[in-house]
Design a protein around this ligand. Structure first.
Ligand SMILES: *Cc1c(COP(=O)(O)O)cnc(C)c1O
Length: 383
């Protein structure tokens, strides 16, 4: 790829990620450390580059979603522990031991197959056991109506595994002020605690503990498990700006997204714009087409929701359907626009700022997804 700022590109300020790490490290319980969740290419910010600077800041544990992501970090010479939060297929089990990667065990069946593999190789594979206290996704169910502590205990008897940790995951730690959500989260904490106590009573050394994600860390900072698993907040954004948080933390968005002007033309009232013919100019309009579309990650769902971008420091509304490689804006209020001028999709120009949250709201999603959608076609530049 020609790494030029010629179509659509992202600029990432690594110092802001360092700052966000420090803010979160200060916010969590002093006994806790940050486990940096850098899955999905660190939410589109670049996993190995971000992991590298966080390692400099003292992070010693990283979490990813797959063996590919784990190997990517090892190839970048990341020395810290790496936990795979999800499933690894049997044909890739050998990488775990070879590259000192910690695997999540989310069921007895999976743990048994991993242990059998390890025994066949005369090795032990390091794992963290996942218990489901209410998320309803992966993990051994440990809920009031389905409390499978015996299954959890039986995993400790699998001789091929070295069980170095046990964790669970919140489902509504973000909306602590909505109805019964805080009570639900408190109950997840109780269930997790109960699991730990019962294992301890059996004389089982369960190793490292971690329960909170970003919102769990913000809203429940009194918890003192070994780690908080923090992803989205490290890149400087909440998932959704409208959520009320129990504690204020000031974070610094690290990413700006830009594109440039491909074409400028002034069209008369009554001109259709874009596919589907569902925008008709109501006045003479300066239509500017920019070189970014849904193949770059500009969610097509955001069309027709009055989403704006910045051109020469002024807000301009997106008009017509977002196309694969381009979208159109109404730049009638902006003077002296030329092909090649820079347009800011996310970021600040002068006194105006467009936050990722505006794009997410227009596309009816959360910032985590908006970041992940910024595609491989968009080169990342770092400072
Ligand atoms: C993605 C993920 C996280 C990080 O979530 P954020 O809300 O981005 O902090 C933590 N734990 C697990 C199990 C995850 O899947």
């Amino acid at each position: 790829m020609l790494e030029s700022k010629s179509r659509s590109w992202v600029e990432i300020d690594l110092d802001k990620i360092r700052e966000n790490f420090k803010v979160m490290d200060q916010h969590i319980h002093k006994k806790q450390k940050v486990m940096a969740v850098v899955k999905a290419d660190c939410y589109g910010h670049g996993d190995s580059i971000v992991a590298k600077i966080l390692e400099e800041e003292g992070v010693d544990f990283f979490a990813v979603s797959s063996i590919d992501e784990a190997l990517n970090l090892r190839n970048a010479d990341i020395k810290g522990k790496i936990l795979i939060l999800g499933y690894t297929p049997a044909e890739h089990f050998h990488y775990l031991h070879e590259h000192n990667i910690t695997q999540c065990v989310m069921s007895y069946e999976f743990g048994k197959s991993l242990s059998d593999y390890a025994l066949s190789q005369n090795i032990k594979i390091e794992v963290h056991i996942k218990v489901d206290t209410g998320m309803g996704r992966i993990g051994i169910p440990c809920q009031d109506n389905n409390y499978q502590i015996d299954v959890v205990k039986s995993i400790y008897d699998l001789d091929g595994l070295s069980c170095a940790g046990i964790f669970s995951h919140f489902s509504v730690a973000d909306t602590y002020d909505r109805g019964t959500d805080e009570a639900y989260t408190m109950h997840q904490i109780e269930l997790y605690q109960k699991v730990l106590e019962e294992l301890k009573a059996e004389g089982i050394d369960y190793g490292l503990t971690h329960l909170q994600n970003s919102y769990g860390a913000i809203n429940y900072p009194e918890l003192d498990y070994d780690y908080s698993r923090i992803g989205i907040l490290l890149v400087g954004n909440a998932s959704n700006d409208s959520q009320k948080l129990k504690h204020e933390v000031t974070l610094f968005p690290a990413l700006v997204w830009k594109t440039n002007v491909a074409c400028v033309k002034t069209v008369p009232k009554g001109t259709y714009i874009g596919y589907g013919r569902n925008y008709l100019t109501e006045k003479e309009t300066k239509v500017v087409t920019v070189s970014c579309g849904y193949a770059d990650g500009m969610n097509r769902q955001a069309s027709h929701h009055h989403l704006e971008v910045l051109l020469h420091g002024k807000r301009c509304e997106i008009i017509g359907n977002i196309c694969m490689d381009q979208f159109m804006i109404d730049a009638s209020e902006v003077d002296d626009v030329h092909t090649g001028d820079v347009v800011t999709i996310i970021g600040t120009e002068g006194t105006e700022t467009i936050k990722i949250d505006e794009l997410s709201r227009a596309a009816n999603t959360i910032n985590n997804e908006s970041f992940c959608l910024i595609s491989k076609r968009v080169p990342r530049f770092y400072k």
